[in-house]
Each structure stands twice: as structure tokens, then as C-alpha cells.
Design a protein around this ligand. Structure first.
Ligand code: UD1
Length: 384
């Protein structure tokens, strides 16, 4: 509240002095002053009720009112901030007026994801295993959003050791940089992969994890480190178990990419998709903007520290249905091709988001249809 209150009263005082100089009598000055206060209080009441502030941009300390932060974060580090999820998070933090630092080695992310905010952030090109650069990037940060990871399950099956350096050691180093820099909170991007193939559905945070791939083991290890850092060092850590995240900017160029990005690219180029297994396996697909929302809630919710939350939608879609929906969106009628199931692949995955709802106030804003439509438009436009 003080963000806007102080400058407004400052303006009033200036206004009164101006009236005095212009020769207005004291009674006239008071009438104008009271009138101004009544107008301002009406305006500010409207402001309190609206996110959009009636579209009126007010300049305060050189920033537009719209840019004043809602989550209230002063400075944040986003590891993997040039990547798919990280760059969307950076966008929102920048919009909210947060001072954003990005650390990314550009192995999977791309500077093109940040081109529209490049003058508003501090960017470090580097690896999370490089302690020197990590310490520098975390300096004076209130929160670290740890998104950097090797995200392909299949890649970790092929390279269990190399991926552990990034996903395990990297996470430990990020937590430690947070500890040494006295960062208040670290939000860790974990994965629903930790549940494995437990037939109990929906997946609930209290279930015993059953990792089926090095990737899942690595994410679970990251969670355990996060809990230990909270217990031993008091650094507030929150783990978010992402279900299948999709949306604009997800890289579709590798066979290891997320299924929606691959299918979108196929549809745009009018080629058939390749489905591993019978296509009846299903996932809880969550739109990237909802994942950003979950991160901001996790960074600020009072009782979240030391906890782990599922971030999904609570709904599921099979891979066969997914291709049908994309065909419908793109006006195609192409039958998919089928290949044997991938090793380490989970069959059924759907989240219970009750815990995130009650502790964080998390509720997804995007239906699957809406998210898919936005995503398809992005892939179509970026091909032009
Ligand atoms: C994904 C994420 C992982 C995340 C996890 C959470 C990626 C690359 N992986 O893993 O980081 O932690 O969700 O649950 O985003 N498929 C096809 N054809 C394709 C590609 C995939 O049929 O061309 C199938 C796969 O065999 C799988 C399903 O689609 O059954 C989803 O695969 P994928 O998008 O790679 O995600 P996950 O393995 O679930």
C-alpha cells in the first residue's frame, strides 16, 4: 500500500504549495484539497478491487503502476530461466516489478525466450555446478526458483551418471548457494515421476515414492536435500511435483522433448505422430502459466515451507486422445504411427491437487482445451 500512498500524498502537498503560490485563499485551498482527497479515496477503492487498475498507467518512482509487484518479491534468481518453464516465470516476475537474475547454461534453454525482457533482467550464462557463478547469481536474492535440470526421463536412462551431476549435485549446490547467501526460500521444481507406477490414483503427496528411472531418483533426491536444508539450516524450501507441463516455448526439436511439443510440431508440418505403446497411457497435462502461478504461491505462502505439493490439474488425457484433439485443432485427419513402449515410461499419471489448493490456494486457470489452443497458435505462428 505504501508503494502508491506516499507518492500520492507527496503530490497533494506539492499541489497545495502550488495553489498557495498562485494566490488561492486558504478556504479555497482547503475546498480543493478535500475535493481531491474524496476523488483519490474513490479512485483508490476502485484500485483495491481491480487487478487491471482500469487500464490507467500511473507513474510511480519511474515505474508504471501495473508493474508494481503483487507477490511482493524484491529479488529472485531463476535457474534455468532461459528454458521453457523458467522463461515464463521470468516474464511474470519482471511484470510484477521483481528484480530478476537468470542463471542458464543455454544447453536446453535459449536467449530467444528472454529477448523481450533482456534489458530488465541480469543474465548469467553458466552452469549450476559452477559454484562461483552460482554464488554471484544468488547474491541478495530473497527467493531462488530452481528450474534448471535435465528434464528428459529417457536421457537420464541413457546417461544416469551425467544427468546426476546436473539434477542431483546441481540441486545440492543451488540449495547451498541459497544457504550461504541467506536466501529466504528456495522453490524446487520436482516431478510427478517420483511416484512411478503406483496403481493408486490420483497420486497423492503422502504416497510412498516408487521411482522407475534415474530421473525420478534424482528428483526425489533433490526433494530430500530440500527437506534437510529446511530442517538443518532453516532455509525455507518448497518442492513442487510438476505433472506434465506444456505450453508455448517448449522445445520440440528432440525426440526427448515433451509429447505435446512434439505432436504440435508434427501437426504444424502435417506429419503423423509416433505413439510409444498403445497410446492408452495417460498424463495430467498442466499449462505453463498455471505452473508459474504455483511457483509464485509457493514462494510466498506462509505455511508452505518444508512441504511438497503436486502441481497438476487433477484431470487426465490419454496420448491417443491428445493426438485426436491436436488433429481437430489443426484441421488434420492423420492416423498416428505406433512404436514399442519406452523403457521407464509410466502408464497412468494424474494428480491430487488438494494439498496445493488448501496450503497454497492453487487452482489452475487454464482448461486443457484453452491451453492447447494457445499452444497450437504459438507453434503455428513460430513456424512462419
Ligand atoms: C514428463 C517430463 C518430465 C516430467 C514428467 C512429469 C518432458 C520431456 N518430460 O515426462 O520432465 O518430470 O513429465 O510427469 O517434458 N510419447 C509418445 N510419443 C512421443 C513422445 C512421447 O507417445 O513422440 C509418450 C511417452 O511414451 C509417454 C507420454 O507420451 O508415455 C509422455 O511423454 P513425455 O512428454 O516425454 O513425458 P514424461 O515421460 O511423462
Amino acid at each position: 500500500m505504501t508503494y502508491w500512498l506516499n507518492p500520492i500524498f507527496y503530490e497533494f502537498i506539492k499541489f497545495r504549495v502550488l495553489l498557495f503560490i498562485k494566490g488561492f485563499k486558504r478556504v479555497q485551498q482547503n475546498k480543493i484539497f478535500i475535493g481531491s482527497i474524496l476523488f483519490a479515496s474513490f479512485f483508490l477503492q476502485c484500485y483495491e478491487c481491480s487487478d487491471e487498475y482500469f487500464g490507467i498507467p500511473i507513474l510511480l518512482n519511474g515505474k508504471k503502476e501495473r508493474e508494481i509487484m503483487k507477490s511482493g518479491l524484491s529479488k529472485a534468481l531463476v535457474t534455468g530461466g532461459a528454458g521453457f518453464i523458467g522463461s515464463h516465470l521470468v516474464d511474470t516476475l519482471v511484470k510484477e516489478g521483481c528484480d530478476v537474475v537468470v542463471l542458464d547454461d543455454l544447453s536446453a534453454g535459449s536467449l530467444s525466450n528472454l529477448k523481450h525482457v533482456k534489458d530488465k533482467i541480469t543474465f548469467y550464462k553458466g552452469n549450476i555446478q559452477d559454484q562461483k557463478i552460482l554464488m554471484k547469481a544468488a547474491e541478495n536474492c530473497e527467493v531462488i526458483f530452481h528450474q534448471a535440470a535435465l528434464v528428459s526421463v529417457t536421457k537420464t536412462v541413457d546417461n544416469p551418471v551425467d544427468s546426476a551431476f546436473i539434477n542431483d549435485l546441481g540441486t545440492l549446490l543451488v540449495l547451498d548457494a541459497g544457504r550461504k547467501n541467506k536466501v529466504k526460500r528456495v522453490v524446487f521444481a520436482s516431478s510427478s515421476a517420483v511416484y512411478g507406477d503406483d496403481p493408486l490414483l490420483p497420486k497423492h503427496e503422502s504416497m510412498q515414492p516408487k521411482p522407475m528411472s534415474p530421473y525420478a531418483v534424482q528428483k526425489l533426491t533433490g526433494e530430500l536435500y530440500a527437506h534437510i536444508y529446511y530442517d538443518l539450516y532453516g532455509i525455507e524450501t518448497v518442492c513442487l511435483r510438476y505433472f506434465n507441463v506444456y505450453g508455448p516455448r517448449q522445445d520440440a526439436s528432440s525426440p526427448y522433448s515433451g509429447v505435446i511439443s512434439i505432436f504440435m510440431a508434427k501437426a504444424v508440418s502435417k506429419k503423423p505422430s509416433l505413439i510409444y505403446g498403445d497410446g492408452k497411457q495417460y498424463r495430467d497435462f498442466v499449462f505453463v502459466k498455471d505452473v508459474v502461478k504455483a511457483n509464485l504461491l509457493a514462494a510466498t505462502a506462509e505455511d508452505a515451507a518444508g512441504q511438497t505439493f503436486n502441481i497438476g490439474t487433477g484431470k487426465h488425457v490419454s496420448i491417443n486422445t491428445l493426438w485426436d484433439m491436436i488433429c481437430l485443432l489443426s484441421g488434420l485427419n492423420i492416423k498416428p504411427e505406433y512404436a514399442p513402449p519406452r523403457p521407464g515410461d509410466i502408464i497412468e499419471s494424474v494428480a491430487s491437487i488438494e494439498q496445493a489448493k488448501s496450503a497454497l490456494g492453487f487452482k489452475p486457470d487454464y482448461s486443457f482445451e484453452k491451453g492447447l489452443e494457445i499452444t497450437f497458435k504459438w507453434y503455428k505462428d513460430s513456424r512462419k
